[in-house]
Structures are given as C-alpha cells and as structure tokens.
Design a protein around this ligand. Sequence first.
Ligand code: PLP
Length: 396
Amino acid sequence: MFMHQGRHFLQIPGPSPVPERVLRAMDMPVIDHRSAEFGELGRAVLEGSQTIFQTKGPVIIFPSSGTGAWEAAIVNTLSPGDKVLMVETGHFATLWRQMAGRFGIEVDFVPGDWRRGADPAVIEARLTDDTARAIKAVMVVHNETSTGATSRIAEIRAAIDRTGHPALLMVDTISSLGSVDYRHDEWKVDVSVSCSQKGFMLPPGLGFNAISEKARAAAKSNGMPRSYFDWEEMLKPNANGFFPYTPATNLLYGLREAIAMLLEEGLENVFARHQRLAAATRAAVNHWGLEILCQEPAEFSPVLTAVLMPPGHDADQFRKVVLDNYNMSLGSGLSKVAGKVFRIGHLGECNALTLLGALTGVEMGLSVAGVPYRAGGVDAAMKLLEQRPQGNASPH
Ligand code: PLP
C-alpha cells in the first residue's frame, strides 16, 4: 500500500476542500432545533443564501445532496405529462433529464457533443416553434461539471424573452454558485438548484432551491405528488428560521461561516479569483500541448478544466499515478468520456499557490505516466499568476 504523506490535494470539481474556518465553525454541540438560538442561525443562513443567489426571494435549504434539490425543482413545478426543454451539455444534464423522465415528464432533449454549453439560439428556435406554448420549462445546467463548459444564462434568458414564451427557467447552479457570477433575480430564473459541497466549500449534505413568485404560483396548481420536498411545508416555518423536520444543524453552522467568508472576500473578487485560476490552468494545459475538452472560449469554466488524454493513454491510469505519487485526487471522466478525460478542479478554497501545487502534481504525473507533453506548463501558469489581480480582486 502506498503511504500518503502530508496534506491531501482534493482537486476534484466538488466536493471541494473545506476551509479550516468552516470546519471549526461546525465543531459545535448540536442544539435544540426548536430553540430561539436555532431560529437565529436559521434566519442568518436563509438570508445569507439569498445574497449568494443574488435574490430577494425565498431560498429553501433541504438536508439533501444536489440531486434532491433537482427533484424538489421538478416535483414542485411540473405535472406528469408536462413537456420541458433540456440541453445535452454533458453527464449532469443527462441525469437531470433521466430524473424528469422518471416523473413522467416528456423531455425534448437538444443533443450536444459535450464540448460546449447550451446554445441560446437553439433554445430560442425551439420556443418560437412551440406555438401551442406546450413547453412548461426550460431546464439548463449552468456549469456542466462533467465537461468544464459554462452556459450563458443571461443570454439564454434574453433568448427566452425574445420569444415571449411563458416557460419557467430552471437552472442547475450546483457547481457554479459561489464561484461563478450568478444572478437569480436579474436573470429572472424561476428555480435555481444548488448544493453545499462546491462553491459553498461545505461538506455534502445541503440542497438549495431559490424560487421566483412564478415558480411558487406554479407549485400551487401543479399535480405532482410530493411530501418531503414540498416548498410550502418549508416556507411556513422558514419565516422564523425554523424547519418542518430536524435540520442538518452543524452543516448550517458551517454554512453561516462559509457565507461570511464569501462576503468578506466580496462576491466580485471571488468570481475574479476563479477566472484567474482557470486562466492559469488553461495556460498550463495549452503549454503541455494537451487539449481542453470545452471548445468554446466564451464558455470555459471558471470552476474546473477537463483535459483530453492523448490517444492511447488512459485518464484513469494517469489519475492513479498522480494519486499514488503525489497524494492528489483529480476528477475522473464521467460516462461518455470515462477514461478519456481528467478534470482539474480550481474552485472554493483555492488560491495561486494551491493551484500551482496542483498543476505541479499534474505535470510531474504526466512525466511519470509516460504521457507525451511539453515541460514548462507550471511556469506558464506562474507567469500568469505573478501579475497582481486587477481592481479590488484579492491577491489570493
Ligand atoms: N449537477 C451538477 C452540475 C453536478 O456537478 C452534480 C454533482 O457533482 C450534481 C448535479 C449532483 O449533485 P449531488 O451529487 O450533490 O447529488
């Protein structure tokens, strides 16, 4: 067995490393979830989450993973037999589609090659063609974690508006929220779905729905059976910071701290830092002579970079070499791209030096695994990171 020495580098695109501050904040006795003390915590995290989603409307926090929050979005707004429009951006869009199918939803799934985000023009054309207004919702994954392509939600919103179509807009922000600029209210998103273990820098276990008035109205008249994930059941006690059942108390302590950290740095600075680290990663990958999976520069993900292996080299074998030699976990290729890509996560508690450590591990791994590459990728990333960030952006 290989002996892992020193700190593990968790460079997968979520769960992301949990900062010491958040770990310490969670190291608390569990309190009575019906007490005034809990109500204070509940109110703080519900309000703080609104700031992160950039919404004045309600945010609901479920003790669930992101998949549960997907389910909540579906069962509260749609009815069996409803038609929706989804786009095949990658593995996670495919899974959300599969879930919708299980609830009896008819999905028009726009095919994709997993190398770009959702095309606003295609969504506009589909909605324009839908003269009967049968499509009840457009459902898009903002940051497709399996490919490293970020869809342009503001442009998708504008495309929907041009058609005057009344469909709801539902967006999976699971791997973008708290890392990539995301504006629930300004972009008139009806349901934003997220979770705790990515940009929020928490352990897995919390699922989020930010909801619009229109989504809430749809929930009052739709015909899908639901119980645990019913929004109204949550919203009543949430008004005073409480939950209808036992909440994940210690994760909420962590959430309060994580929100404080994001707001201390400033959301704009957080977004700029992710852009910078992503650009440095791409500089390294380009220098190595390896191919980035995402082919659309405007959609390069600030959260992760998926890298194609040269033909004849297995990505999982390479990831094993990196883990065994350097104690670093890289993301695997999922389903269609299994063995063909590895993913470098650069989200959450990540700064110039931790990223350079990660890129160094990748570069050494390429050498040890016998993958052809051009040495000097880390230097290329260093050159980019040497310059101080512009404006208010933090130097970290
Ligand atoms: N959607 C996206 C974009 C994801 O990246 C993930 C998980 O990585 C999910 C959905 C599923 O979330 P979870 O694994 O928390 O259920």
